[in-house]
Design a protein around this ligand. Structure first.
Ligand code: XMP
Length: 327
């Protein structure tokens, strides 16, 4: 099979009209390629897989089966949003797999960052493969590969392992309808397909999810503190008009406790660390200068609403010498 490359003279998709033209062309191509056959897609809820899902739903409707694996490391409200948008609003054939206990049990007591990543990656493939084997007559695998993935793997910067990992018996022919697009173009196409702004403009989110923001061995309690504090941070950034302006922002709950005081009594609880950075390529990053009033609001809400937390810190470190994530 000849893999498609972005034509050198391709015009940048920078508005709704070009996005619509791209969608019309791709839908015709997808119908031609797929015919009456069936396609399987791992739908994480990230920008790329969501746009691929929306495009395939337009093209082939219920010949597409989406599998959304909830590994317990997603942000607050994300699995619900995937179900609402794709199953309820777009009438997709969506299999929701609650694999939270499976992942968290496997990760229990594992503190090494690379081992955690490997477990999450391997378990994901295992869960997805189990679901794929339950289905009959799948011919194609949909993938959210985008043009920078190809460029980066060619340049040896990052192994493009979207396709890798699936066992031999599940090597389907690939369907990659956004393969030749840059990220801003994928967003433009997603918008034209009617995906909600919160999905199209989603910040980068690591594959291992909140797992790398709960440094060391993950516990359910500390993970919940990460999820709840992240939700508050996103709400307050949106209210302050910073969502979409700051490149990436999130919270981390490290595995140590410090002394505090609440209602006249001593507490011994975790801190929440806030990270808010700007970058163009994630290779280097600067720290956002947050308004003091916003920081005070965040401290107030996080320490009163998030269980087990008595302190809020702001990480002022650029990349380098710190990386963006903590693991
Ligand atoms: P670092 O921490 O290396 O992060 O400065 C750079 C960017 O990459 C994201 N990131 C990941 N994305 N899987 C991913 O898909 C990962 O394991 C991973 N680790 C980091 C990070 O969120 C940031 O945008």
């Amino acid at each position: 099979m000849v893999l498609e490359s972005r034509p050198e003279n391709m015009q940048r998709i920078n508005g709704p009209a070009l996005a619509q033209a791209y969608i019309d062309e791709r839908i015709a191509m997808l119908r031609e390629q797929i015919g009456e056959k069936k396609v399987l897609l791992a739908l994480s809820g990230g920008v790329d897989s969501s746009v691929v899902a929306a495009m395939l739903i337009r093209a082939i409707g219920r010949q597409l089966t989406c599998v959304h694996v909830n590994h317990g490391l997603l942000r607050k409200g994300e699995p619900e949003q995937v179900i609402r948008v794709f199953r309820d609003e777009m009438d997709a054939n969506l299999i929701y797999v609650d694999a939270v206990d499976r992942f968290l049990d496997k990760l229990a007591g594992v503190a090494d960052p690379e081992t955690k990543r490997k477990i999450i990656g391997a378990e994901f493939i295992e869960v997805f493969a189990e679901e794929a084997r339950k289905l009959d007559g799948i011919s194609f695998l949909g993938q959210g590969t985008i043009w920078p993935d190809i460029l980066e793997s060619e340049a040896g910067i990052k192994a493009h392992h979207n396709a890798g990992g699936l066992p031999e018996d599940l090597r389907f022919e690939l369907v990659e309808p956004v393969r030749i697009l840059f990220k801003d173009e994928v967003r433009m196409v997603g918008r034209a397909l009617g995906l909600p702004e919160s999905m199209v403009e989603r910040q980068p989110f690591p594959g291992p999810g909140l797992g790398v923001r709960c440094p060391g061995a993950i516990t359910r309690e500390r993970l919940e503190a990460v999820r709840e504090s992240d939700a508050i941070l996103r709400e307050e950034f949106a209210a302050a008009g910073l969502a979409g302006k700051v490149w990436q922002y999130f919270t981390v709950v490290p595995d140590f406790k410090s002394t505090g005081i609440r209602d006249g009594r001593r507490t011994f609880e975790w801190p929440v660390i806030i990270r808010a950075i700007n970058t163009t390529d994630a290779m280097s990053a600067t720290v956002e200068e947050l308004p003091f009033a916003l920081m005070q609001k965040l401290v107030g809400r996080i320490t009163s609403e998030v269980k087990g937390v008595n302190r809020v810190l702001y990480d002022f470190t650029p990349k380098p010498c710190a990386t963006i994530e903590y693991e």
